[in-house]
Design a protein around this ligand. Structure first.
Ligand code: UD1
Ligand code: UDP
Length: 365
């Protein structure tokens, strides 16, 4: 038996690692262990519950508004004990959070092999997204296996000198999770008018904190005033830098519904119900095209260029005028809307986790 330690810290890591954990659990040669750093608490737990995954180890690392340096230092200290007692053959990390970077570094110091799920996403700008671009570059430099979601992420890794034989294009496991979930009867526990169109919003990027995020909220406010017949649903990220401003600037608008983060299945229901999505989330940029929903991305660049190139996702930055005019155009102009609502899935076919399991199976046999 080979011991595989699968690490999850935040909501998106749990969503994208869940299919990998479930696929590996079917492998007779694999002793799968799950480590939750719990960089997120509530948002992580609800995803793990949904996929029926119980962590074997839980570091409970989240503290309100914790500095990234403190978070990193605490993770590194905790990982010494975990790696010494667990002695895994492989550690799998997913994505580009501080959990991923810290765990990959701890494994490197302990000479334990790391597999990086969702490897090779790059903007080539170390400050955007912050701190994720640095986190994924560091994790990528330290990893033994690179599970790249797309051909362009593979090319990014080759450009950094990673050996071709260590890279596999697997598709993004976010589509595995999405297809598993969307196949169920999904309920959205929010009262909506079925006759009205829905704009779904999420936002949490650190480089937007402060003035840019205020501009985003002001643009949403204007859109809600100009379109009283449209409903805006915004599950607000619990980071205080986001939550306090969103409630200050938007809570009094009658057609904007602010709510706690939605559990994963209801969020997928909201994606399916939405007419248009406005978001700075990485995962949402991958999921929405697969469901045929246009996304306006609240960023100036993206490490997920495939959907932009195919015309189903558009970058609008945190610029008040661009957000208002592009969203208004999609609400008013049916042809412009149809051009973006195509239903293509450039990030995966729902079999990413199986491919990752097979690569590890082949290696260990
Ligand atoms: C983190 C990741 C980001 C990822 C995002 C997904 C880093 C540096 N950032 O950002 O890459 O896109 O998760 O959502 O790794 N909080 C709660 N409850 C929760 C979760 C968060 O209250 O369940 C609050 C806490 O005050 C916490 C703060 O949000 O300190 C920030 O959480 P943190 O994980 O540091 O960063 P995120 O902004 O969530
Ligand atoms: N998501 C969710 N509930 C919400 C908002 C998002 O379950 O209220 C899911 C969404 O389907 C996607 C993931 O969370 O799979 C994206 O996470 P987030 O935006 O926090 O992080 P990112 O993808 O930007 O790293």
């Amino acid at each position: 038996m080979k011991k595989i330690l699968c690490v999850v810290g935040t909501r998106p890591e749990a969503i994208k690692m869940a299919p990998v954990i479930l696929a590996l659990k079917k492998e007779p040669w694999a002793n799968v262990r799950v480590l939750a750093t719990a960089q997120h608490r509530h948002m992580l737990d609800q995803v793990l519950n949904f996929f029926n995954i119980t962590p074997d180890i839980d570091l409970n690392i989240m503290r309100p508004n914790q500095a990234l340096t403190t978070l990193t230092a605490r993770l590194l200290l905790e990982m010494d004990d975990v790696l010494l007692s667990e002695k895994p053959d492989v550690v799998l990390v997913q994505g580009d959070t501080t959990t991923v970077m810290s765990v990959a570094l701890a494994c490197f110091y302990h000479r334990i092999a790391v597999g990086h799920v969702e490897a090779g996403l790059r903007t080539w700008d170390i400050n955007n997204p912050f701190p994720e671009e640095a986190n994924r570059v560091i994790a990528g430099r330290l990893a033994r296996w690179h599970f790249a979601p797309t051909e362009s992420s593979r090319q990014n890794l080759l450009r950094e000198g990673i050996s071709d034989q260590d890279i596999s294009v697997t598709g993004n496991t976010v589509i595995d999770a999405l297809l598993m979930t969307a196949a169920n009867d999904l309920e959205l526990p929010i009262e909506l008018d079925p006759a009205k169109r829905l704009v779904l919003i999420t936002s949490h990027r650190r480089e937007n904190f402060g003035e840019p995020f205020r501009n985003i909220c002001l643009a949403l406010r204007t859109l809600s005033e100009r379109n009283p017949e449209v409903q805006f649903l915004y599950p607000v990220h619990p980071n205080p830098n986001v939550k306090d401003v969103a409630y200050e600037l938007l809570a009094d608008r009658p057609n904007i519904i602010l709510c706690e983060p939605l559990d994963y299945a209801p969020f997928v229901a909201a994606l399916k119900r939405a007419y248009l999505i406005i978001s700075d989330s990485g995962g949402v940029q991958e999921e929405a095209p697969a469901l045929g929903k246009p996304v306006l991305v609240l960023r100036d660049e993206t490490e997920r260029p495939e959907a932009v190139d195919q015309g189903v996702v558009k970058l609008v930055g945190a610029d008040y005028d661009r957000i208002v005019s592009e969203a208004q155009r999609l609400l008013d102009d049916e042809n412009a809307y149809r051009a973006m609502a195509q239903g293509i899935s450039p990030y995966g076919d729902g079999h990413g986790a199986e491919r990752i399991a097979k690569i590890l199976r082949d290696y260990f046999s």
